[in-house]
Design a protein around this ligand. Structure first.
Ligand SMILES: Nc1ncnc2c1ncn2[C@@H]1O[C@H](COP(=O)(O)OP(=O)(O)OP(=O)(O)O)[C@@H](O)[C@H]1O
Ligand SMILES: [Mg+2]
Length: 338
């Protein structure tokens, strides 16, 4: 006969299946509602023609103000998926709050500058902030101006005019800002005429305080930025290369995000072996993502290691998979669910 424990397990299982069924139905409903609004949004977008420089925007995409829809609302913590030193994340949180209260009070926005080596989370932070702020947002990259040639400055001008028409306020995130906001007016430097004109357009539109557009600039090389651009910046944030502790934290985050969490929604359930203890994580973070023999991260890293860290950060989940596959004494139990 069935033991009491197994009996409960069996009943719980039946309940779970019912619950899962219900959740799936709900998800399908939510999904179709969302995709319908997305289609409507795209149609609107096409007719209202957003500026070509905008890579991604919330504007003109009509979305229902239903806070129970997944992925909406400002309740989720901005730093859930961004690993930063505490002092930095506190400052960023403070500035985010200032942005939101400026929007509520109709006072001018402060402009921010994010700088630091590649792959340290600048774009990740700005995108997360833009998406979760509840303000409109638009994302552009300075690198997109070059290919526009002589149309560049005018397109930038149109982008600002468009942004200023946002009623609820807009976060304008300019990635790779150094590609056109560098020193080089008056002949110094090697900036082309089109880039110089784009710089002027930027300065023109940010010359007076604005309660409509909050600019966030990101760059690897803040030192080349034009003085007048730096004058427009109210706050600067340096994103340093992650220290050991942050790398360790990031690794756990990636594993949780890509390995454990994604497997729960899928067909297989992955259980991490007990051998993956603190010592293992530490070793992992010490080696960084460098394949082969351990490489001590701190100190002077050759640029190839930096480059590997950057690429590795972007696709760490793949690396994680590979490590699991390689570790001989580490087993990864994979079992089918249901
Ligand atoms: N601090 C971090 N916390 C969590 N994940 C991070 C962090 N930094 C980088 N990553 C991971 O690396 C990816 C690339 O980072 P991101 O694009 O934000 O770097 P970046 O600082 O903008 O680099 P670049 O200067 O080259 O533009 C992110 O999408 C994320 O997966
Ligand atoms: Mg970036």
């Amino acid at each position: 006969s069935m033991s009491a424990g197994a009996q409960t397990l069996y009943e719980d299982r039946a309940k779970t299946i019912t619950l899962v069924g219900g959740l799936t139905a709900l998800a399908v409903g939510v999904y179709s509602a969302r995709s319908a609004t997305r289609v409507a949004g795209r149609v609107l977008e096409r007719h209202l023609s957003r500026p070509p420089l905008v890579r991604e925007t919330s504007r003109w995409s009509w979305r229902p103000q239903l806070s129970w829809l997944p992925g909406r609302g400002t309740s989720t913590n901005l730093f859930d998926k961004i690993v930063l030193e505490e002092a930095l994340s506190e400052r960023l949180q403070w500035s985010t709050n200032a942005l939101l209260s400026a929007q509520q009070n109709g006072t001018p926005f402060r402009h921010l500058l994010l700088h630091g080596p590649p792959g340290t989370g600048k774009t990740l932070f700005a995108r997360t902030l833009a998406r979760q702020s509840g303000l409109d947002y638009a994302i552009m990259s300075g690198g997109d101006l070059g290919p526009l040639g002589r149309d560049g400055p005018n397109e930038l001008h149109k982008l600002f005019e468009w942004a200023q028409r946002s009623r609820r306020g807009l976060v304008l995130f300019i990635d790779e800002a150094d590609s056109f906001l560098r020193r080089g007016r008056g002949g110094e430097g090697t900036m082309g005429e089109d880039a110089r004109n784009s710089l002027s357009v930027f300065l023109h539109h940010t010359g007076t305080e604005s309660a409509r557009v909050a600019v966030i600039l990101a760059t690897n090389v803040p030192t080349v930025l034009d003085r007048a651009v730096l004058d427009r910046v109210d706050e600067e944030f340096e994103f340093p290369r992650p220290a050991f502790e942050q790398r360790n934290q990031m690794l756990r985050l990636f594993i949780d995000q890509y390995l454990l969490r994604s497997s729960k929604g899928g067909k297989s359930l992955i259980e991490v072996d007990a051998a993956l203890d603190d010592k293992f994580w530490e070793d992992w973070a010490t080696w960084g993502i460098c394949p082969g023999p351990p490489h001590p991260f701190p100190g002077k890293e050759p640029s190839s290691v930096l480059e590997r860290w950057r690429r590795g950060a972007t696709s760490l989940h793949q690396m994680t998979r590979r490590t699991f596959a390689r570790g001989s004494n580490l087993s990864l139990a994979t079992g089918a669910v249901g």
